[in-house]
Write a protein that binds this ligand. Sequence first.
Ligand code: AMP
Ligand code: ZN
Length: 459
Amino acid sequence: MSLTLHNTKTRTKEPFEPGDPSRVTMYVCGPTVYSRPHIGNARPALVFDVLFRLLRSLYGAEHVVYARNITDIDDKINAAAKESGRPIGDITDEFADIYRADLNALGVLPPTIEPHATAHIDEIIAMIEALISSGHAYEAEGHALFSVSAFADYGKFSNRIRDDMIAGARVDVAPYKKDPADFVLWKPSSDDLPGWDSPWGRGRPGWHIECSAMIEKHLGETIDIHGGGHDLIFPHHENEIAQSRCSHDGAELARVWMHNGFLTMDKDKMSKSTGNIVTVHELSQDHAGETIRFAMLSAHYRQPLDWSDDLLAQAKSTLDRIYGTLDKLCRVDAADDAKPSEAFLAALCDDMNTPKAMAELSALCKAANTTTSDEERALVKGQLLTAGAVLGLLQGDPSSWLKGGTSDDDAEIDALVEARTAARANKDFAESDRIRDELAARNITLEDGPDGTKWRRDC
Ligand code: AMP
Ligand code: ZN
């Protein structure tokens, strides 16, 4: 099945062709770790997790290298440390751990590599030195700055004209800049801020150069896929391209650039700066991680998605239906050579059309619920489970899901068990046998013991 992806660079869908199919490389800009991630921050992690899983299934798990970085040096982190009086390293460690745990709860696989910016200061300094030597950057008052006029293609990627770039980047028009659009590669640190010795004095890197240096070190000069939220197109990705191409004789930084759309709440952008957020942690208190994941993937990754209770309720009820079907198939062995259906893969390989792929799951359930053929049931069960694995869904135990997920059902079974206990106490064995048979037909097994009757969903 051939994969087609929308490339931000060309603004079209293109057939995906990795440089080397035995080492498919993907880099996604990761979090700045100073606070809990909100569900909008989880969107790129989730979207690119699905792409990671899809690439693994197409090229073989051992042939895909996925790096998602941790930005652990940033002015927002410094501000959080100052405000809380805590050491910077404590804050970044704590929130990197929380980020991993929150994503794990949403079924996101760990990336192959998780580089930390502060562990790559030598590589960052080396890249800046090379940019200065080749005339693409310069030193000024303890800063190193990228000279945008030295890169003729600057602005082409994000399709910006010069005045927009200056306004959009909110670049400080500092007196030491040769051009107001020049951006920082290195800046000086006062004694109370984290800093490293460099040829330009004690200081710290700018944000953009971190990604360029980490990509070069772990994945190479030209990678297959580079991803992030669409707010990163400018200035972050424009600047990554400028730095990397000027360091590598003009070589392309990424063959395909992919950007997810924004999550909104009450139609306003979800953003830490406005406080219009709900954290992954808060959501996980009230909803299964799989429900949150399903809700997120129910929209195409490039479309905006308005996050709401209705969206979650819809996701939960669809998952209940699918797990209900899998539960009914619990005595059926999935076909040995099971793989996702052509229709499912075609949808996912069409620029990750998850809504269409998920509709295919529902179609499979319908087929399972209507067929009378055991062979078809085995085929459909295999298709459901393998398709679910590519989406990071449906790998749980159906009866546990239904037990945890549909308490009404449990209450009804509890009531039937009690009625049977009462019938037995009244020596009404016909009634108690009838109830036992009714429960057996619903795959409920009863165990009578000294502490009363326990029930379990069975297979
Ligand atoms: P940050 O930690 O703010 O740098 O954001 C980490 C990632 O989350 C970036 O790729 C952002 O583009 C992405 N992001 C932030 N807010 C949203 C949102 N509301 N919807 C989708 N992606 C977002
Ligand atoms: Zn980046």
